[in-house]
Design a protein around this ligand. Structure first.
Ligand SMILES: N[C@@H](CCC(=O)N[C@@H](CS)C(=O)NCC(=O)O)C(=O)O
Length: 308
């Protein structure tokens, strides 16, 4: 079994994964799809990530990439053509991601959860509510915010719509990362909102653009079992060189024991620090089902703590 497949651990309804699926399409890549549960427990994912539970996770051999920022940066590094940064777009585009995945996502997810709430299973709400809105989450509170969040979405989708005036894609003639960032949120809202067509009809540039992005597709996808993915990790050796970053404000050292956790909350993952840069942190860890794996996270938005 080849150990250089791109393996995406995800589920079809995941909006954040739609961003990655679109990037795979833009790059025309072939990939394996492992479907994971929408709710914990995720027994076949945990041996790979060491506890990180969010969706999606990308695996290439024994390298495991958590969070879409990290996944997309790795896809661009391994498969630079066609680039996600056409023209002169470079670093600041990641800042657009911080907006799209941060305040804009929060407005969209508020609208989506309220729209879905009449038909939402209680256990789904009990998981997603605190995940996105913190431990004090209440459905009444987000219902009270619905109108303001919808107004916020309208303004922000309006900015995207304006960006598309006279352009095929967000940056010009060629699709790039900002298209994937905008598309997944529109895909999310359209899927979850009862009157989405009426709401979206006010954005006259976004509508034809949405079809252009949809037509790019997701690359070539083939199903893979979770067991096959675990076996591939076990048979493979990670491909990540050791790298230190003396300027990282934490002062953590390569080889030292650390834990890494999303600042937004979630279980910490423990291992030995192996790679550190302003954009990425990776640790080595072991589990019986997978042997040694190298687990990667974005540096932005993740807390690194030295362990004794
Ligand atoms: N910052 C993360 C956010 C990922 C995220 O929130 N994903 C959602 C699915 S769209 C999730 O994990 N939901 C809970 C789950 O799948 O267990 C990323 O960009 O990958």
């Amino acid at each position: 079994m080849a150990n250089d497949h791109i393996i995406l651990h995800h589920y079809p309804q995941s909006p954040v994964t739609e961003k990655v699926r679109v990037v795979l399409g833009m790059k025309g890549l072939s990939w394996k799809s492992v479907e994971i549960p929408r709710l914990p427990p995720k027994p076949n994912l945990m041996p790979l990530t060491g506890g990180y539970r969010l969706t999606p996770v990308m695996q290439i051999g024994a390298d495991i990439y958590c969070d879409t920022k990290c996944i997309i940066a790795e896809l661009e590094r391994r498969f630079p053509v066609p680039t996600l940064f056409p023209g002169t777009a470079q670093g600041m585009v990641w800042g657009i991601g911080q907006w799209a995945d941060g305040p804009l996502f929060k407005d969209v997810v508020t609208v989506a959860l309220v729209e879905m709430s009449p038909n939402m299973p209680a256990e789904f709400l009990a998981d997603r509510g605190p995940l996105y809105f913190g431990p004090d989450f209440s459905l009444d509170q987000i219902k009270a915010n619905y109108t303001q969040c919808l107004a916020n979405v309208r303004t922000q989708f309006g900015w995207m719509d304006e960006q598309l005036a006279g352009r095929e894609f967000m940056l010009g003639d060629t699709p790039g990362l900002p298209d994937a960032l905008a598309y997944y949120l529109i895909w999310f809202l359209r899927d979850r909102m009862a009157d989405a067509d009426a709401f979206m009809s006010q954005f006259t540039n976004l509508l034809p653009w949405t079809n252009r992005i949809k037509n790019i597709g997701h690359g070539t996808q083939e199903d893979m079992s979770a067991q096959q993915a675990l076996d591939i990790a076990k048979e493979s050796t990670h491909q990540t060189p050791e790298q230190t970053d003396l300027l990282d404000p934490t002062g953590v050292q390569v080889g030292g024991k650390v834990s890494i956790e999303p600042i937004s909350g979630g279980p910490a993952v423990e291992g030995r620090l192996h790679y550190l840069s302003p954009n990425q942190v990776a640790i080595l860890r072991q589990a019986p089902q997978v042997g040694q794996v190298c687990v990667h996270f974005p540096r932005m938005g993740y807390r690194i703590l030295a362990q004794t």
